[in-house]
Each structure stands twice: as C-alpha cells, then as structure tokens.
Design a protein around this ligand. Sequence first.
Ligand SMILES: Nc1nc2c(c(=O)[nH]1)N[C@@H](CN(C=O)c1ccc(C(=O)N[C@@H](CCC(=O)O)C(=O)O)cc1)CN2
Length: 298
Amino acid sequence: MRESGSFAPIGSTGMSAQLLDGKQISTEIIGEVRSKVDFRVANAFRAPALAVVLVGDDPASAVYVRNKKKACESAGIRSLSYEFPASLSEDALLDLVRSLNEDPAVDGILVQLPLPSHMNAERVIETINPLKDVDGFHPYNFGRLALKMPLLRPCTPHGVMVMLEKTGVDLVGKDAVVIGASNIVGRPAALELLLARATVTICHSRTRDLADKVRAADVVVAGVGIPNFVQGDWIKPGAIVIDVGINRQADGKLCGDVQFDIARTRASWITPVPGGVGPMTIAMLMRNTFDASVNLNP
Ligand SMILES: Nc1nc2c(c(=O)[nH]1)N[C@@H](CN(C=O)c1ccc(C(=O)N[C@@H](CCC(=O)O)C(=O)O)cc1)CN2
C-alpha cells in the first residue's frame, strides 16, 4: 500500500490509484451502528426507528428506498414504510410529516427525493422536525453545518468526508474543487471540506476554465450527474478523486461523472461507481438515525 498522507505524482509511473471501496466502508459503519444499537437495547432503550416516505414510482428511488430498508435491518433499526402514488397531494404529505414529527416512537424521517413535480420539496423538508431530519437537509441542519456546529449532517457529503479520512491524507490547506452546487451534494460537500480546512473552489454550470481548476486540485469531488463530464487527463497526478455521480447508461450500466479509466492512472485514490459514494450515503443515514434517536431519548 502506498504510504498514506503522501501526494506522490504517480500518473507518469504507470501506477494505478487505490480504490476507495464504499461498499466495504459502509458495511463497517453499519456494523458499528449495529453494535451501538445493541448496546442501547441491552440497556433498556428501544431500537431507533426510521420513517421512510416514498411518493411516486421513480424506479431509481424505489431501489434506494429498498436498500435503505435493508440497511436498517442490518443496523438493528426499525424501518416504518410509507409508500404513496404520485397523485398524493402535498397537503396529505405535510400532514403525514407533522404526525411523524409528533410521534415519540419515530426518531428519523426520510422523504425520498425527487418528489413529484406538483410538490414543493423545500416546503416538505422545512416541515420535518430538524431533530428528526436524518437527511440533514433542513435549513436548521444546513445552517449548523455552515456555522461549524454540525448536528445531523447531509449523508452524501458526510460519506465523502469519511472516505477522504480513510485515505489518511491530511486535508488542511489542500486545494479542493467541488464540481456541482446542488443542495444535496455540492454545497454541503464544500462546507464539509471547509470544515476540514481545505481551500475550496465550488464550480458550477457557469464556471469558466473548469479544466484548469481541476488540474490544480489535490482533491476533486464531482457531483454534476453527467457521465464522464470530468476528463481523466484533467486530474493532477496524485490527486484524490471522489465521484458522486450515478448515471445510468443506455446499456443499463452505471457510471460516474469522472472518466474513470484514465483518471485512475493519474489519481492516488479514486472512488468507483457503483460501489463508491452511493453505499456511503446509506451508511451515514444509519448513523444519523442512531444519533437522532440518542438525542431524542438521552
Ligand atoms: N431523501 C433523499 N433523497 C435522495 C438522496 C438522499 O440522500 N436523501 N440522495 C440521492 C439518492 N440516494 C439516496 O437516497 C442514493 C443514491 C445511490 C445509492 C447507491 O447506493 N447507489 C449504488 C448503485 C445502486 C443502483 O444499482 O442503482 C452505488 O452507487 O453503488 C444510494 C442512495 C437522491 N435522493
């Protein structure tokens, strides 16, 4: 294994990046959550409970929700399933969220996104009790992250940070480029990297000279949702590449936002798609649900 913490320029040596295996790391994290749940249950606390709300029939959302429920089983978390057709009214969804907010048997509320187009996702998210907002999307939790006092952190960016920790590379002062400024990935990922004291550049659809910015980056986090958007030869030799994109191709296979085969010959560490950041999102959801349950039932 390459010495951790180093930024050896490996691109020219014909070496290949080390893979950050999100499946394996997420299994470890879910196992840790399980141990903590078992300990609490052995000490007369009830198991944490997560309400999983799915509206509509988006096939990808159905897969993610199924995987979240499976992860709950592995973590010893009780999952409560609320599934509705896309015709559900926003008022009915808000009423459900309010009743879950009031229910002392529920610790976490997850409303799977995207919601049908007649619904206002911001209004739904704002209705969730911030202490049960295990997605970390509520403005209260987002604001806490921005103020360096995180409580429930958005799952995908938190998963990215756990993966970065696994490299052993000290992020302090490193140049990090985040590509994409969505509320789920880019913006909170930039806040997380800032919290880790990296120097952060956020790039978006109007950014000029993107390739040059990526070429200068020690850490690249890509979350734009466009297959192979980040060209492999933009990657600085020795950089860490975290690919948050999950794009389904015409042949049904998944690929990320980064041109993986070339990027891996230049990077020191890289995440695969599938099996990279995706499973980490679910692992961090399990951790947030456990934390929410401890906060609500100390
Ligand atoms: N309420 C939320 N909605 C959405 C979130 C979220 O964090 N909270 N993020 C994404 C989707 N997402 C979680 O819900 C998610 C996406 C992908 C994966 C994952 O494990 N992907 C696998 C591949 C799975 C497949 O076969 O399709 C991988 O990358 O290996 C987990 C969660 C939008 N909505």
